[in-house]
Design a binder for this molecule. Structure first.
Ligand SMILES: Cc1cc2nc3c(=O)[nH]c(=O)nc-3n(C[C@H](O)[C@H](O)[C@H](O)COP(=O)(O)O)c2cc1C
Length: 161
């Protein structure tokens, strides 16, 4: 398996998980950055990010390099925003031919909505199922041995693909 973790992180929780998964599996990392940064504090953070997620926006991204032929598995990582996956991933999915890949995903959230977000991700990818799914509660902001164990379980599934 050669896997690429494609992720967006506003406040570092998804980044934390992405880096742990990369360490445990040897997967490469691709962090997406929108051209226009989302506000990362206060009311504006929830308002603009929430609106963007509800509207299923596809924000322009800063340039990145993605060699599709180098990977057979794409692992998507995102914070749950208003019960949806974070919009930069939508842009990536629209802009790249991902046919024939295995898909897996992990979601960071503070409460709930990840299951719904996985459903929306599957719809965007045109797939019925993900090879592995992982839900974490703010893994950087709220360190917890349970999260680390769940990350290892997820990595075990990825390594079997
Ligand atoms: C705009 C916005 C919307 C959010 N919506 C949800 C939500 O619907 N459910 C939830 O549990 N957490 C929600 N959160 C919290 C984040 O998903 C959570 O803190 C996540 O771990 C942040 O990941 P990050 O640090 O990689 O950005 C929201 C956060 C933001 C900024």
């Amino acid at each position: 398996m050669k896997a690429l973790i494609v992720y967006f992180s506003l406040e570092g929780n998804t980044q934390y998980a992405a880096e742990k998964i990369a360490e445990e599996t040897g997967a490469d990392l691709l962090r997406l950055y929108p051209e226009k940064q989302y506000p990362d504090s206060g009311f504006r953070k929830f308002f603009w990010g929430g609106k963007s997620a509800v509207m299923a926006e596809k924000p322009a991204l800063q340039p990145y390099v993605f060699d599709s032929s180098a990977y057979d598995t794409i692992v998507f990582g995102f914070p749950v925003w208003a019960g949806n996956f974070a919009p930069p991933l939508r842009t990536f999915i629209r802009d790249n031919d991902l046919s024939g890949k295995n898909f897996a995903a992990f979601a960071c959230q503070s409460g709930s909505g990840a299951e719904k977000a996985f459903g929306k991700l599957k719809a965007a990818l045109g797939t019925d199922s993900l090879a592995a799914e992982l839900i974490l509660i703010d893994p950087k902001a709220r360190p917890d041995a349970g999260n680390d164990a769940r990350i290892s379980g997820f990595c075990g599934k990825l390594l079997q693909l």
